[in-house]
Design a protein around this ligand. Structure first.
Ligand code: SIN
Length: 279
């Protein structure tokens, strides 16, 4: 339940809500209950105008569950709970500049992430989100039935490993965990643990193939699913403002950090919340 002073606006027909008038430093239990369902149902909720210290960001995150410490991103030295999603004026590559859902390479993938804007470029640097409920709903009954029987393999080795995608870029040196190996197999269609809705659970960054299929066999169908997932009316754009915070559900949405602000700094603080095995 929300007070009359709180306003809520959809970011797109299928994905995302924008909320004004909440103070996450002193949020009550009924507002948290509303926020939990809003995030699970809409994939992402952006709350505007927050003024959170790192300690308050961590305290808010703990209300969602255990913190999932990122093994690859740079971390805030004083607050290891906080991963730094940061791009400097002189860097060309950004973190998260491809469609993905966080930590799908883990056997128990992260439930969600809480991203706080600390320093923004004068323009650009938006984050796109897509609903994985809508992606599933857009498929034919025949394809849904086939996918229900399938599982897919996820890893991050080709992204963060010694020869991974970031190793060849100008932000290679900021990453850690090059020797970590990740491998998880998840259902292609999941039932969301809290909303109970069906969602597509493969993503272009971390899903490498269908279980029991070669990569070559898997790619055409994966690419079809990816194209469905980001059909235009299924994507919302979050335009960051100072003090904006986004809370997203990794089982219900994908996200993509736009990299269109070269020559400017962008600093975001991300805390990721632990999740559970998916079925
Ligand atoms: C991420 O993938 O977590 C980064 C999103 C962003 O920087 O907008």
């Amino acid at each position: 339940m929300l007070a009359d002073t709180v306003s809520v606006r959809p970011l797109s027909p299928t994905c995302g809500l924008e909320v004004e008038g909440l103070d996450l430093r002193q949020i009550g239990e009924s507002e948290m209950t509303w926020l939990r369902s809003a995030v699970a149902d809409n994939g992402v909720v952006a709350v505007r105008g927050q003024d959170l210290s790192p300690e308050q960001h961590i305290a808010f995150a703990r209300q969602w569950g255990e913190i999932d410490y990122n093994r690859f991103f740079p971390i805030n030295e004083l607050y290891p709970e906080i991963a730094l999603v940061q791009k400097e004026e002189n860097q060309k590559v950004n973190i998260g500049g491809g469609w993905h859902t966080d930590h799908s390479y883990d056997v128990e993938p992260a439930m969600g992430s809480i991203l706080l804007a600390r320093e923004l470029p004068p323009s650009g640097g938006d984050t796109l989100f897509a609903s994985m409920y809508a992606a599933y709903d857009s498929l034919s009954d025949g394809l849904k039935a086939t996918l229900e029987t399938m599982r897919a393999v996820h890893t991050a080795d080709h992204i963060y490993g010694h020869d991974g995608a970031y190793a060849k870029t100008d932000i290679a040196s900021i990453f850690r965990g090059h020797d970590e190996h990740t491998l998880a197999v998840h259902p292609v269609i999941i039932t969301h643990p809290t909303s109970g809705r069906k969602a597509l659970y493969v993503n272009p960054s971390f899903t490498t193939r269908f279980d029991g299929w070669t990569r070559e066999e898997s790619l055409p169908l994966l690419q079809y699913l990816y194209a469905q997932a980001i059909a235009q009316d299924n994507v919302c754009t979050l335009q960051w403002k100072p003090g904006s915070i986004a809370i997203w559900d990794n089982r219900a949405s994908w996200h993509f950090a736009k990299n269109d602000y070269h020559g400017h700094r962008r600093v975001m603080h991300r805390i990721t919340i632990a999740g559970c095995a998916l079925s």
